[in-house]
Design a protein around this ligand. Sequence first.
Ligand SMILES: *Cc1c(COP(=O)(O)O)cnc(C)c1O
Ligand SMILES: [Zn+2]
Length: 376
Amino acid sequence: MKLLCPICGKTYDEPVQRCECGEPVEFEPFKGEPYIGKTVWERFWDFWPVEPALELSLGEGDTPLVKSRLGEELGVKLYLKNETVNPTWSFKDRGTFLALSHALRESYKAVGTVSTGNMAASVSAYASRFGLRAKILVSESASDEKLKAVSVYGGEVIRVRGDYGKLYFESLNLGERLGVYFINSDNPFRIEGYKGIAFEIAEEVSPDYVLIPTSSGGLFRGIAKGFIELHESGLIDGLPTLIAVQAEGCSPICRAFKEGKTRVERFEKPETIAKAIANPYPPSGNAVLKLLREFGWKCVTVSDDEIREAQRKLAGEGIFVQPASATGVAALRKLELPEGVKVVSILTGSGLKTLKNAPARKIRECPLEELENCLG
Ligand SMILES: *Cc1c(COP(=O)(O)O)cnc(C)c1O
Ligand SMILES: [Zn+2]
């Protein structure tokens, strides 16, 4: 399958990571038929640009779509796509699995990524699973605590001093020279893996809106591509309205969209509790902007207080997500959607990864002798 630049349109036969113009590349849209099968990889077998290494799957994907009560007061039907149940507790595993299937077939001995959070843990875990070495490049400021969840899988964690934004491009260049396959936030195979979220949603409901927490833009592009391929294959009647959700304190894509720009500019001094979506200079930002404009989709920002509130409400329904993953539900009340519409919010990652900021309740103390009182 050919790779295509969504911005300038140039195509490539070889598996490049980015276009010469600097923008991300993606596989040409695929049209086809699903099969009957146990996993999303099998049901949509023809839709992946590389054969998934099923024998090495850790069970990523096929996550629950949970009917929520949280839409009731707003008069909408809300569904939660619970990606927190993936093997390393975020949707990143879908993309990592497919990208590693490619790396294995191309006989790479090592893979890498630039991340401090969920993607780092995911690549570290799957590299071990696939028997490959992992080089995880993190910023100087990454805390030891966060890196434990990465290094536990055996990945080699390297703290890099210097400009974190440049690290993304530098890693691709050096990786190519040194034979390390870098699976960064918008690697084309990673994007393909994320299509599965759209496929699974469409198997259960036909949503009017899909709320997508957005940082680098990889997840948004993947879900968009999934729905577009279903539509072009005649498997769904129309496209849902996709809504990119960003934290107010780091919203370069929404800002550029609002100002009618075609290029995203660096967001200075990002500040939000939603660390997993705080990329100030998103590598797929321009590609997301193009999709938003082309399809008449939307971009919405939410404040840290709104995020905390949504996180608490979700926990009150039994699902504990990290702040970044609560942004979709936080955006719900700002959107003023028509009554009765079906909305899916993507719960991208687990709250157990960010216990420090969790909206926990006060714990009561009780001497055993007074237990009867305490229980009453
Ligand atoms: C990576 C991530 C996102 C955003 O995905 P992008 O592809 O960077 O836009 C959202 N939420 C969580 C929990 C993530 O780990
Ligand atoms: Zn290009």
